[in-house]
Design a protein around this ligand. Structure first.
Ligand SMILES: [Zn+2]
Length: 258
């Protein structure tokens, strides 16, 4: 009976280890836009920091900073993030704020990152400012580019919830294994939670893996429909035959490359 308090301390540590190991393994997998939208602010920053470093940026700020400052090829950049609680497209005001930070930091450009989208006003502002807009699909594309050659580790650690011993689980095995003291320790990470069908919009929902959700499908669909309608509306302008010596302003085609 008196063992109960000690047990609960292993519970906390075991959960923390599980979370750490999941984050470590997930960092080796290209995420979907949906998966990026489920990250909290700090998780998104960690993900982006790893991407930037692999793409040749040196981080001058910690991963916990509100805005990142980076150096690449002798140029300084500022990287700003949308609040993860903000489901609406990023408005102009946040971009004019980033513009001011870019100027004050003597940076050459700023990146604004959101797993969602931007308002038309914000896009128009960025097109005439040293700002690059990175929405969900662009972020996935950049992360994909940064991860060429990265492979998923095949094992991870889990903690025995009875005695605190650490065991080494393999992602391709789904059976419990005994700790050094003979307690069974069940696998804490399902491979399918990491490796999801890629990119095909909506194809994850019919699989066994169902990500925890913060917003309803209707909200997402409504947002996407609005976004797509906006894109369609803009088509005539950007698709208008333009002489090739007349570069577009970069609304679409600069790709938010890092
Ligand atoms: Zn044990």
């Amino acid at each position: 009976m008196s063992a109960a308090p000690a047990l609960s301390s292993f519970e906390v540590a075991a959960d923390a280890l599980r979370q750490r190991e999941f984050t470590r393994l997930a960092a080796a997998v290209v995420p979907t836009v949906d998966a990026l939208r489920l990250l909290n602010g700090q998780q998104l920053r960690v993900r982006v920091a790893a991407m930037l470093e692999r793409l040749g940026h040196e981080l001058l700020t910690p991963e916990t900073a509100a805005d990142f400052v980076t150096m690449k090829d002798g140029n300084k950049y500022v990287v700003a993030f949308a609040s993860p609680n903000e489901l609406a497209p990023t408005p102009l005001g946040q971009l004019s704020r980033l513009h001011s930070v870019v100027v004050a930091a003597n940076a050459v450009a700023g990146y604004f990152i959101t797993p969602r989208g931007f308002t038309l006003d914000a896009e128009a502002y960025a097109a005439t400012a040293p700002l690059k807009l990175v929405d969900g699909p662009k972020l996935v594309a950049s992360i994909t580019r940064s991860m060429a050659g990265v492979t998923l580790p095949d094992s991870y650690q889990a903690m025995c919830r009875q005695c605190g011993e650490i065991v080494q689980h393999r992602l391709d095995h789904a059976e419990a294994i005994p700790c050094r003291n003979g307690h069974p320790v069940a696998p804490t990470i399902a491979r399918a939670a990491l490796v999801m069908p890629k990119q095909e919009g909506g194809s994850t929902s019919s699989r066994t893996y169902t990500p925890p959700r913060r917003y309803s499908r209707q909200e997402v669909r409504a947002h996407n429909a609005k976004y797509q309608a906006r894109m369609r509306k803009r088509k005539p302008r950007t698709a208008a035959p333009s002489p090739d010596h007349l570069p577009e302003l970069g609304l679409e085609n600069d790709g938010g490359e890092f």
